[in-house]
Design a protein around this ligand. Structure first.
Ligand SMILES: NC(=O)c1ccc[n+]([C@@H]2O[C@H](COP(=O)([O-])OP(=O)(O)OC[C@H]3O[C@@H](n4cnc5c(N)ncnc54)[C@H](O)[C@@H]3O)[C@@H](O)[C@H]2O)c1
Length: 254
């Protein structure tokens, strides 16, 4: 989708997007940059290729290679955003991890790893941006859950538990921070065609299986999620907080 310079809603805003080296996060960076935002990409992997492409399109971008389960790395992300761009307006905390296993075979280490990457990283990231957002009197925090929380998808107990935790964090924090002009909302994402090449055959087969169960019979694309991210990030969305918006083509009608 082409956005003209007159329609850009995030000009001058600074957005941190986590987990953007591959998958949905890339589409979020692209969309936020198209809306005029300056982007800080935070990922444990190198994101230079994405950053170069966004810069070629005219965006201001900085990359921070960071493990967001590590509070020291997380602080480095927030500090880089402030040092480079002077503010933090938007946090899109997209990092998540799942491991498929019957519950009785699930090692406790995998349970803890899922919690650490999916839920604990949100604790660290949100805390790292809040002081700056409160100081500014403006902030938009967007977290990610999954439609598996509504569907109760089996063999994903750790992931579904962590993603329910994300909803709890979002709901409980909203009334604590609303008075500072800071909102927090979560998007529960359905199976998304994250660059089909990346998904592998299992992902493609799952998509083929899920599309008939959707209300809208086409694959959920990263750009569909990015559209909701951009909407929630807008200054005009400041009355929406503590909510969970389900984007899955209508598999779960939550
Ligand atoms: N893709 C889907 O079908 C789907 C469905 C439901 C929910 N979700 C959720 O949407 C979000 C994005 O999904 P995706 O499929 O694009 O994910 P992905 O696994 O393709 O990408 C995750 C990104 O996070 C980064 N990352 C992982 N651990 C990290 C860490 N400790 N520190 C920093 N970066 C780290 C990875 O390097 C990667 O770039 C996740 O929260 C996921 O749970 C995705």
């Amino acid at each position: 989708m082409e956005i003209t310079k007159f329609e850009r809603g995030l000009v001058g805003r600074v957005a941190i997007v986590t987990g953007a080296a591959v998958g949905n996060g890339r589409a979020f960076c692209e969309r936020l940059a198209q809306e005029g935002a300056k982007v800080v990409i935070a990922d444990v992997q190198n994101s230079d290729e994405l950053a170069s492409r966004l810069r070629e399109e005219g965006a201001e971008v900085v990359c921070v290679q960071a493990d967001l389960t590590n509070p020291v790395d997380v602080e480095r992300v927030a500090a880089t955003a402030i040092q480079t761009f002077g503010q933090i307006d938007i946090l899109v905390h997209n990092v998540g991890y799942y491991h498929e296993e019957p519950f009785e075979l699930l090692p406790f280490d995998e349970w803890k790893r899922t919690m650490e990457i999916t839920l604990d990283s949100a604790y660290h990231m949100v805390r790292s941006v809040l002081p700056q957002m409160k100081k500014q009197g403006f902030g938009r925090i967007i977290t990610f859950s999954s439609d598996t929380v509504w569907l109760g998808t089996p063999y994903l107990t750790a992931y579904v538990t962590a993603k329910m935790g994300i909803i709890g964090l979002t709901r409980s924090l909203a009334p604590e921070i609303g008075r500072y002009g800071v909102t927090i909302n979560t998007i529960s994402v359905g199976l998304t065609a994250t660059q089909n090449a990346n998904m592998g055959q299992v992902g493609v087969t799952m998509l083929e299986h899920i599309i008939p169960a959707q209300s809208v019979h086409r694959a959920d694309e990263p750009e569909d999620i990015a559209n909701v991210v951009a909407f929630l990030a807008l200054p005009a969305s400041g009355i929406i907080t503590g909510q969970t918006i389900n984007v899955d083509g209508g598999v779960a009608r939550h």
